[in-house]
Design a protein around this ligand. Structure first.
Ligand SMILES: NC(=O)c1ccc[n+]([C@@H]2O[C@H](COP(=O)([O-])OP(=O)(O)OC[C@H]3O[C@@H](n4cnc5c(N)ncnc54)[C@H](OP(=O)(O)O)[C@@H]3O)[C@@H](O)[C@H]2O)c1
Length: 327
């Protein structure tokens, strides 16, 4: 038996309960991982509320780091005792021990501790595929402006640093002046407190009226319209999250009116569909972190059993950077 955080119904943070669950042996293609830390992500909120469908009962959690305890048939890249980390697979990371498909599990370099591994996989791989693989027509060149919402959050602070490394001028939005300062300290070229200022007007001002080639928008309902307004003709709208609620149905004709815009609604999990793509993206992220070009900032640590408070803080916009849950 092991402790896990499970929901038996969809709802608010209070539906999460600590339970004892039985963890068996890994089947073919699976491993059993003993967690040293698990990551907290906004996608866990969507799983908890039922916005993203799953069957019940459900152990939440999509990111973790720990040690391999058992290996199923056919798993060639991992051995008992390996230090590992992962993003994705089916939910289940809010637990002391779990069995999961091995294909999204990678070895954690010696220079990266477990808490950092648990904090950075889902958020760091997301920043990777956004800034390097989800690009406007013609790609991005050094000096280009990009708009990145929630720039002081988990994905956001990693994206600020990665964009700086790529030579991009990231315009970050954040919900307070302190959060804006944090985004600037981590590499944003400009920061806008979008709870107090009109981000559309300011982005136009910063870009000399030109607008940006790409917007990375994880806020959804509250920012979608404004994000379309700051795109240049032929620009790309990357709607990759819904922290304020899902984007209502879009009239495609508006993309024509605003200058032949492109739009995509991506998910990290498409990019992690094979072991090879997962490893290649993880190697890129590990290189950025071990070389010190990206620092993973863990601003909140909670015991696993305090997960209700962790979700309350995340949804109340009280967190910055990454948060981890400790078993
Ligand atoms: N599609 C993908 O592949 C993918 C992968 C990973 C993450 N995501 C998305 O990326 C976003 C960031 O994820 P994260 O885990 O790093 O979370 P996070 O950015 O640390 O937290 C979410 C942030 O969203 C902002 N926000 C704006 N309006 C909000 C509202 N009404 N309620 C709550 N928060 C609001 C808050 O920052 P401010 O106070 O600064 O506004 C809050 O801190 C999430 O939307 C997540 O779903 C998508």
């Amino acid at each position: 038996m092991t402790q896990a955080i499970q929901i038996n119904e969809f709802g608010g943070p209070e539906v999460m309960k600590a339970v004892d669950v039985t963890v068996g042996e890994p089947g073919p293609g699976e491993v059993r991982v003993r967690h040293h830390a698990s990551g907290l992500n906004f996608v866990d909120v969507y799983h908890r509320t039922g916005l993203y469908p799953n069957s019940l009962p459900l152990v939440l959690g999509t990111e973790g780091a720990g040690v391999v305890e058992a290996v199923g048939d056919g798993v060639m890249h991992l051995q008992i005792g390996d230090r590992v980390a992962y993003a994705g697979g089916p939910p289940g990371a809010y637990s002391q021990v779990r069995v999961m498909p091995a294909k999204t599990v990678v070895q954690l370099p010696d220079g990266i501790d477990f808490e950092t591994g648990a904090a950075m996989m889902l958020k760091g791989l997301t920043a990777q595929y956004l800034l390097k693989k989800t690009l406007p027509q013609g790609g991005l060149q050094s000096g280009d402006f990009v708009l990145f919402h929630a720039a002081a959050g988990g994905v956001g602070l990693i994206a600020c640093q990665w964009a700086r490394d790529l030579g991009l001028q990231l315009i970050g939005t954040a919900g307070s002046d302190d959060k804006c300062r944090l985004a600037l300290e981590h590499g944003a070229a400009h920061a806008i407190n979008y709870r107090q200022e009109d981000f559309v007007a300011l982005v136009k001002q910063i870009t000399g009226g030109m607008g940006v080639k790409v917007v990375y928008d994880s806020i959804g309902k509250d920012t979608f319209e404004g994000s379309l307004d700051v795109l240049r003709p032929l620009g790309l709208m990357v709607s990759y999250g819904n922290a304020s609620g899902p984007v209502p149905p879009v009239d495609l004709g508006r993309l024509k009116d605003k200058g032949s815009l492109h739009i995509t609604r991506p998910t990290l999990f498409t990019h992690l569909s094979t072991r090879e793509s997962t490893q290649a993206m993880a190697d890129d992220l590990f290189e950025m972190v071990t070389s010190g070009r990206i620092k993973i900032r863990i601003d909140q640590r909670y015991p696993l059993t305090d997960v209700v408070q962790a979700h309350r803080d995340l949804e109340a916009r009280k967190t910055t950077g990454c948060s981890v849950l400790l078993p």
